[in-house]
Write a protein that binds this ligand. Structure first.
Ligand code: DON
Length: 341
């Protein structure tokens, strides 16, 4: 028997007839304002990390901007710092596009085509694709995200882009707009993503034109958001797919569950295991410095600070979210002995 895997295999499942129950617990929302300020003050002076110079315009941003925002599922959004500062969403877009594609195509088809297992390699790895027979492996690395974007509904590239923009805007609860400068800067510097698109195509893993898929992916990464938007977008996934501010059902509760599982295993790339071990909630980062972390049934935190660690994750953002996860009891794996015993 061979134990090699090409990313297409699943674990055995035989529980479709068992009713899905949800995790419980309440959020101490009366403490959010105080804790956001505390975390902001505590980490505002951390200056470790580097800007994302490989996208030229991201290498020129003000490095000290720092924002933390939190939305709970009841719909109130709290913030500390520059919560309305706009930045490009970058890789954080991957989780929301993945949710839209799950909504369109369903759990099985997307699982088979994109996969959910961690590559253990950097987000833009070509080797990960080669080692897995062209399988993109998961939707959070660039190869998987390009393949996911290609699955968005729409016959033309223009229609797909419209659906991406409208879908992400529904998560944010306001119309998101393209940052033209970021889009142009990244378009001029994304030979590697174009190579990933062609590589996927050569393995028969993309149906359409790889350049169109990469272009739509580059546009989705160039949508402007704020930390406040990230909190609302994340809280929509924490709230069974209902945007807590607008009340719109954006995706189904099953899609939220599947999306957050993929985010938990891959959201911080090769650091995802360390992140779950230390912080314990699904989170997704982007190279402009944003991070969103989602506590199912409770709410979400959006953070922004542009200096990144070596895996491309905001240094201050990780610290601030770690602080809040601990102080608000968001870690999914933390429990205390039953007091009724
Ligand atoms: O494709 C890229 O390289 C960027 N548009 C997005 C990468 C990214 O955000 C990785 N995140 N930490």
């Amino acid at each position: 028997m061979s134990f090699t895997s090409d990313g297409n295999e699943s674990i055995p499942t035989d529980f479709d007839d068992v009713v899905q129950q949800v995790s419980t617990g309440t959020l101490a929302h009366q403490r959010i304002d105080e804790l956001l300020l505390e975390a902001h003050e505590r980490y505002a002076d951390v200056d470790e990390g580097l800007l994302a110079h490989y996208i030229p315009i991201l290498g020129q941003v003000e490095p000290d901007t720092f924002a933390i925002s939190m939305s709970h599922v009841g719909g109130t959004v709290h913030g500390a710092g520059d919560c309305h500062h706009q930045f490009s969403i970058q890789s954080i877009s991957k989780m929301f596009v993945y949710a839209l594609v799950l909504q369109e195509h369903g759990h099985e088809a997307v699982h088979e085509k994109i996969g959910v297992n961690n590559t253990g390699m950097p987000f833009n790895s070509v080797m990960a694709v080669e080692l897995n027979n062209g399988h993109p492996m998961n939707p959070m690395v660039n190869a998987g995200a390009i393949a996911t974007t290609e699955m968005i509904a729409g016959k033309s590239a223009a229609k797909k882009w419209e659906n991406v923009r409208e879908g992400l805007s529904a998560f944010a609860g306001r119309p998101l707009t393209l940052d033209d400068e970021v889009y142009e800067s990244e378009s001029e510097a994304n030979e590697r993503n174009k190579a990933l698109g062609r590589l996927l195509k050569s393995y028969g893993r993309l149906d359409g034109d790889p350049n169109n898929a990469v272009d739509t992916y580059t546009k989705q990464c160039s949508l402007n958001v704020t930390a406040h938007d990230l909190a609302v977008m994340g809280a929509t996934l924490a709230d069974g797919g209902i945007n807590p501010v607008t009340g719109q059902q954006v995706v189904s509760a099953d899609v939220c569950r599947d999306t957050l599982a993929a985010v938990a295993t891959n959201g911080l790339y090769e650091r995802s295991g360390d992140w779950l071990f230390e912080i314990g909630i699904p989170a997704k980062s982007g190279v402009s410095g944003g991070i969103v972390a989602v506590a199912p049934g409770k709410g979400a935190i959006g953070a922004f600070s542009p200096r990144l660690d070596m895996a491309g994750n905001s240094v201050r953002g990780q610290l601030a979210i770690g602080h809040l996860s601990r102080a608000l009891g968001l870690n999914l794996f933390a429990s205390a002995p039953d007091s009724g015993r």
